[in-house]
Design a protein around this ligand. Sequence first.
Ligand code: GLN
Length: 485
Amino acid sequence: MEIYNLTAHELKDKIKTKEVKVEEVVHSYLNRIEKVDFTLGAYLYVAGEEALNKAKELDNKIASGEELKSLAGIPVAIKDNISVKGMQNTCASKILEGYKAPYDAHVIEKIKRQDGIILGKLNMDEFAMGSSNENSAYKPVRNPWNTDMVPGGSSGGSAACVSGFEAPLALGTDTGGSVRQPAALCGVVGLKPTYGRISRYGAVAFGSTLDQVGILSRDVEDSALLAQNISGLDKRDFTTAPIEIVDYTKALSKDLKGKKIGIPKEFFAEGLNAEVRKTVEDAIKVLKENGADVKECSLPLTDYALAAYYIISSAEASSNLARFDGIRYGYRTENSKNAVDIYFKSRDEGFGSEVKRRIMLGTYVLSAGYYDAYYKKALKVRNLIKQDYERVFKEFDAIVCPTSPTPAFKIGEKSNNVMEMYLSDVYTVPVSVAGLPAISIPCGMVNGLPVGLQIISNYYREDILFNLAYSFEQSTSWHTMKPSI
Ligand code: GLN
């Protein structure tokens, strides 16, 4: 048995009982990365030396009998828009080429404090804009289940890395679906917590009222383990809440008796692939068998979420990305005549076309003449969508639906059709607009490609997500399937 096949909680046990050394763990992953990442393209930077140094330090601690911290010796790979001190943080953009983060993000501080090991920085869609990982300025990421296919996006590197056994755990960010959708397409678990559950300090902002750091793992227990360690209040992110973090491990039970689940009919309408639909319906039956009370529900504003999301997220992106000016960070044009020229040319040469599209769209909807017609209206729609969910959560503990309307698609298939690409997130975006937590878990296969089941719960009820997801996992074996790469 290769070490890289183990989940994080299995690794944790083996490190504790001294069955494996942390250095062996790190070597196993570095070898695996060397073998498959040439094909998958999940990593933009492998922190081999740093990881091995940390491993040696930990092995010494363990040998001297020191008590082990919660993530001791567990490798975690990080999306390249979350700051790790001294490592590159490019957001897969040319404009941040050469930029190194001068400090650790809050989540990284927490991982390091628990003796987790940072394995490297992961590929993504530029500035987290995309659903296929084809928007990276460096290289595309390939889906481990079929390397002609996209892994999803924007955390495609994070999903492919965990699915391809290049790390047991990865961090991503989810603004409109960027953790859940690639998790679904790569057959791994993807958690997007409640907006405000995990600090965004040190994560590069895309849409500030939507962004959340999320977790990719191969099973639900691993997701709970990392969530437990990185959640909570942070004074540097005013949106984090002083709400107690319940012990997620206690939520890991198979029994669903008394749990009320709503199935929103709007998520099973036109556009959903028939085989994906069948797979998700079969998965819902499993939750029923485990004791849940399942009923249809309605979220009538679902259709408006995508439009509201693209207006709000682009408006915020146009403002957030103004700081990349060719002066302060990374890339600067080589042929400028004056200061203004530096701004224009650096941005023109440094940003890719999808990022430019969002900046233009965002600037337009925020401009004096259109603010009321687009931006303000989108905010009103957002409020109504929230109310829709609040109403449903008065009756139900959770909502269950597909994560993505289709399995993974071919590289290049949607890259010239913006609308089709945006529709990949039709089931994840409403949750983000409402700021709710959700998890995607593998629930079946269609034509050799994984399908994801999305579970949504009320604010700060990640424990319910873990309960339902774990229950499903205990009754099925989809999470144990391995791509042949
Ligand atoms: N695919 C969506 C977008 O392009 C979501 C991205 C995200 O969640 N970061 O905006």
